[in-house]
Design a protein around this ligand. Structure first.
Ligand code: ADP
Ligand code: MG
Length: 728
């Protein structure tokens, strides 16, 4: 590549302070800083939140009562009055050519000064009519100055700190004047010509000009399309670079996947693998045979049979003389896996040259914080010597003093509770030069495009088929108070509750068992425990009088918890009343009823997880969601659960309802520069950006031929290891 590209790079703009701009004095600079706008680049990427199209502008006379609208107006007068309790009301009269409109603000005393006579503003709100006079209460106000363009951009602003849309518009125009042609040198465009052609993108100059100073709304759309792609492309580039770097700098084990253990194991299963299990196992085994370490995510709904897939991965390692590890997020889950997997692998033997018979039983051990010091010492020793083939445990597995003889594969269950660092730590537990394969399993499916971002450095396998013979869980919603002590408001709800408890007593009489999940209380664990105890007492004395109830909550000691769980598992309790501490993977096939109290307060994923505790045996199961939906979204959530038992479908609904914030969450913290892009609205673009990133990185692994792209990743994604990613 030749030297510096000819033109302005975004990093140049990131080096310039907003104070370099005309008209930004110390006071405005302070206000900008408060809005986290420090550099010229910050301002250029501070996008309008909406546009006022003057060609389609509404006039006051056309405003319809009861509808929301925005109009461009001039302030005629403003006044204020103090009312009861020392609060202030501000009255503002505004007008346009067609008429006048009255604005009323409660408790926003500063509006009187802001909206002084003669000011131009766009107001947005619901139109009310009182005695023939149109009015709005607490409308959104944007000061726009005396703008002349056809389309006026309205910027997010903070009126209190003295930043208004029209100031921002002025500064942005100055930036554009100084950078984009004809006056400016032009912004460097990092995207190759072929991508611009392929997706019909406008170039970068047109994109920034079009988003800030459009002549028409189609121009805004074209600009947005390009800028959204840029954001997602930068993110995907970083993820794909990370993925490739991981593959390149590590030395994987070339596993055998047709060894005797696997063959015997598959032959010994009392059932056929599902098609999805066969497919995902094949995907995993294909990865495992390659010299590149596997980094794969297995997404599978509750009950889809992930454990068998995990065992198929672990056995492939053992077949080649290596070890496998399985890490679970809690002691209960680790123990459950240990018991289950040991049973699955009973009778299998491995080669042992030191033994007379030249073979020994395959050895599975549990390493958790509950094993005694002596056992722990023995286990650690046997791990180093390679006498343990499969280790199952919690975080205890990744402590520094745990070393394996030859760790070939690591399976992490329920990834959402583990961080990336912990995965990395586990990967480093082996001796020698090789890097173990990693399989991450999650029972909280997320939509495909979200997975590309959240888990963008992993390959994804999807287990989207339940084993046959399960009757789907029937879900019902009873819109009665989640607090049992409160009487329902309608006789309908009371009758629904009544028949719910009847049906549950009936199920228990037939020998089945039930869970009751207590209301979620965020404020404190103490309150939550108190509420669980109250629910327990109430059920014991009223609804479930005469039945055998157990109570499980976060304040119980491990021994008490174990004892209660054991009693429930062995059928000595009919009903388990619990807070959400009932562990994600608890497996009691005889339990067929799940009641979730105050269900409106739980999220979709959590409700789906809880529901997954039933429907594990041959009997028909029912899940009852008790509670009033607090919001429209709450209602949509509960209805989605009634309608679907498919975790993938629910994940899409969840993304639609909640947006990406929660999904991106922790993993993307600090490297989320999505200002315009939305994982929800721009699903298609996520896939396009990922493919484009893969194409670019595979042709040019360290972005040598794409210096502007490399610079932008460094600029936007302040990742400690961006440097490492870009090294060849
Ligand atoms: P999850 O994906 O939730 O971890 P599990 O691995 O615990 O699911 O499997 C749930 C249940 O389904 C277990 O009891 C397991 O034995 C059973 N199972 C798994 N695969 C099959 C299959 N192919 N056919 C029948 N039952 C299966
Ligand atoms: Mg599981």
């Amino acid at each position: 590549m030749s030297g510096a590209p000819d033109g302005v790079e975004l990093k140049n703009l990131a080096d310039r302070s907003v104070e370099d701009l005309h008209g930004v004095g110390p006071k405005k600079a302070k206000a900008l800083a408060k809005a986290e706008l420090f550099t010229v680049l910050d301002l250029l990427t501070h996008y309008p939140r909406r546009y006022l199209d003057r060609t389609k502008e509404a006039h006051i006379a056309d405003l319809v009562e009861g509808e929301e609208a925005s109009v461009l107006v001039t302030v005629s007068s403003s006044s204020s009055r103090r009312v009861k309790g020392g609060k202030v009301m501000v009255f503002v009269t505004v007008s346009d050519d067609s008429g006048s409109l009255k604005l009323t603000f409660f408790n926003q005393a500063w509006r009187e000064r802001q909206l002084s006579a003669g000011r131009q503003a766009v107001v947005f709100g619901k139109v009310e009519v009182f005695r023939g006079q149109r009015q709005m209460t607490n409308p959104v106000v944007d000061l726009v100055g005396d703008r002349t363009g056809r389309i006026i951009p309205v910027y997010p602003q903070s009126t209190k700190s003295g930043l208004n849309s029209w100031d921002i518009g002025e500064w942005v125009s100055e930036i554009l004047r100084r950078t984009v042609p004809p006056a400016g040198r032009g912004l460097v465009d990092p995207l190759p010509e072929y991508l611009l052609d392929e997706y019909d993108f406008v170039d970068r100059n047109a994109a920034f000009a079009g988003i800030h100073q459009p002549e028409s709304m189609p121009e805004v759309m074209a600009a947005r399309k390009r800028l959204v792609f840029d954001e997602l492309f930068r993110m995907q580039l970083a993820l794909v670079l990370r993925k490739r770097a991981m593959e390149r700098n590590a030395n994987g084990v070339e596993h055998v996947t047709d060894g005797p253990l696997l063959t015997q194991f598959t032959a010994s299963l009392p059932f056929e693998l599902t098609g999805a299990q066969e497919r995902t196992i094949a995907e995993i085994h294909r990865d495992m045979t390659r010299p590149v370490p596997m980094n794969r995510l297995l997404q599978g709904d509750v009950g889809a049979g992930k454990t068998l897939v995990a065992v198929a991965a672990l056995l492939a390692a053992v077949d080649g003389g290596h070890q496998g590890a399985l890490m679970a997020p809690t002691e209960v889950l680790a123990e459950q896996h240990f018991v289950g997997i040991r049973k699955l692998l009973e009778g299998l033997t491995v080669e042992d040259t030191s033994s007379l018979l030249s073979e020994r039983p395959l050895k599975v051990e549990l390493l958790s914080n509950r094993v005694t010091a002596a056992d722990r010492k023995r286990i650690l020793n046997q791990l180093i010597l390679g006498e343990i083939d499969i280790a199952i445990g919690t975080h205890a597995l990744i402590q520094d003093n745990v070393m394996f003889s030859s760790l070939g594969v690591v399976v992490v269950d329920e990834q959402h509770r583990f961080g990336v660092e912990q995965r990395a730590a586990l990967r480093d537990r082996g001796y020698g030069e090789t890097t173990p394969d990693v399989l991450v399993m999650t029972a909280t499916p997320i939509p495909r495009t979200a997975a590309m971002t959240v888990y963008g450095d992993l390959d994804v396998s999807v287990l989207d088929e339940l084993p046959p013979g399960r009757s789907p869980i029937v879900t019902r919603w009873v819109a009665a108070p989640g607090d049992l002590a409160q009487a329902p408001e309608t006789t309908d709800a009371a009758a629904d509750l009544e028949s719910m408890w009847d049906e549950i007593r009936q199920q228990i009489a037939e020998g089945r068992q039930a869970y009751v999940v207590c209301p979620l209380i965020d404020e404190s664990e103490k309150l939550e425990v108190a509420s669980a105890e109250a629910t327990f007492d109430r059920l014991l004395n009223v609804e479930l009088d005469g039945l055998r109830l157990g109570l499980l909550h976060g304040r119980l000691g491990p021994a008490e918890k174990d004892q209660t769980m054991d009693l429930f598992r062995s059928g000595h309790l009919d009903v388990l009343v619990a807070t959400t501490v009932i562990e994600v993977g608890v497996d009691v096939p005889n339990a067929t009823v799940m009641i979730i109290l105050d269900a409106g307060r739980f999220g979709i994923a959590q409700l789906h997880q809880l529901r997954g505790r039933v429907g594990r045996g041959r009997h028909q199961s029912t899940c009852w969601l008790v509670g009033e939906a607090q919001t429209e979204d709450g209602e949509a959530r509960l209805e989605a659960l009634v309608d679907s038992t498919d975790g993938f479908e629910l994940a899409e609904v969840d993304l639609d309802l909640r947006g990406e914030g929660t999904i991106l969450g922790e993993r993307q913290k600090g490297r989320n520069d999505l200002k315009l892009a939305s994982l929800r609205r721009d699903r298609k673009v996520v896939s396009q950006a990922r493919q484009a990133a893969i194409d670019v990185v595979d042709a040019d692994p360290s972005l040598e031929a794409h210096p502007a792209m490399a610079d932008e990743i460094r600029l936007f994604l302040e990742d400690a290891d961006t440097e490492f990613l870009l090294k060849s």
